[in-house]
Design a binder for this molecule. Structure first.
Ligand code: AKG
Length: 288
């Protein structure tokens, strides 16, 4: 069966799922998106994702043409139409098509697109053995440019850093903010473990407020760990006992090396493993 893609209220076969080349989403990266997962037929934290999508849209002054309830229903229906239970859902809202010129007032018809598919960011063995990362020279966008809290269609900032990682032989790269503090990786939030406590950059470090990040902070606190959201620099990463990344697509993946330094023992640590198991249970068995 050909995958069905939702565009503006209708389902199209993947090969017929098209929007205008005059869409400002394509011409200028003008739009917002979400990456969402479903597990065993249940969409994980759907409301949080929909709320973040609408917040991103408010931040770029984009009016999404359907309500939050209609959006949530469209996501669930698209998933069902594709008979997918464990899927990655990409929701895209573009500014719409218009004449050339970046003024958004030239556009008329914001497009709502929902793709349900599979995603595999990293090879499975890296979830067991851990990932190596390097720090990118490209810094995370200053909050007064495109705020990293906005999940915008313009991901070039992250893509440039991702390419630097690839050129250094790494599948992921660490991004600092304009103050040289640790922000996040190109598609995931970062955590370190030190002396049994968990630390992650605070929202004012210039990061996306990851929904998996939030879930893992909750799980860690429930398990009795202290979690600190704070300013961090690379010393905190280099000298950590353990390190891991979180993201909807990445889920929770250990990091065992940063900039050539082995982190901790150079192997995924016990707290990382425990949180991975807890996260696996949370998404499969639902919220406690
Ligand atoms: C997600 O985790 O859903 C993201 O938006 C980033 C993943 C990616 O597309 O590389």
């Amino acid at each position: 069966m050909s995958p069905k893609v939702y565009i503006g209220g209708k389902l199209y076969d993947k090969s017929d799922a098209k929007i205008s080349v005059y869409d400002h989403g394509l011409l200028y990266g003008d739009g917002v998106f979400e990456g969402i997962r479903s597990y065993s037929g249940r969409v994980f934290r759907l409301k949080d994702h929909v709320d973040r999508l609408y917040a991103s849209a408010v931040a770029i002054h984009l009016r999404i043409p359907i309500s939050r309830e209609e959006m949530a229903a469209a996501i669930v229906d698209t998933l069902a139409a594709n008979k997918l239970t464990d899927a990655y859902i990409r929701v895209v809202v573009t500014r719409g098509s218009g004449s050339l010129g970046l003024d958004p007032r030239r556009t008329t018809d914001p497009q709502v697109i929902i793709i349900t598919d599979l995603i595999s960011l990293y090879p499975e063995e890296l979830y067991e053995h851990g990932l190596k990362i390097v720090t990118a020279a490209t810094i995370r966008s200053h909050p007064n440019t495109v705020n990293p809290r906005v999940k915008s269609l313009n991901y070039l900032n992250n893509i440039l850093a991702k390419m630097e990682g690839a050129l250094a032989g790494c599948l992921e790269a660490l991004m600092l903010n304009h103050k040289g503090e640790v922000a996040e990786c190109t598609g995931d939030n970062i955590f370190v473990v030190r002396k049994g406590e968990i630390h992650t950059p605070s929202v004012d470090s210039g990061i996306l407020e990851g929904i998996t990040r939030e879930a893992v902070i909750g799980l860690a606190r429930q398990a009795g760990y202290k979690v600190f959201e704070r300013t961090m620099d690379r010393y905190d990463v280099y000298t950590a006992d353990e390190c891991f990344l979180t993201g909807t697509a990445a889920e929770l993946i250990p990091v065992v090396e940063c900039d050539g330094r082995p982190l901790g023992t150079g192997k995924p640590g016990p707290i990382t493993r425990e949180l991975r198991q807890r996260f696996g249970r949370l998404v499969r068995e639902g919220e406690a």
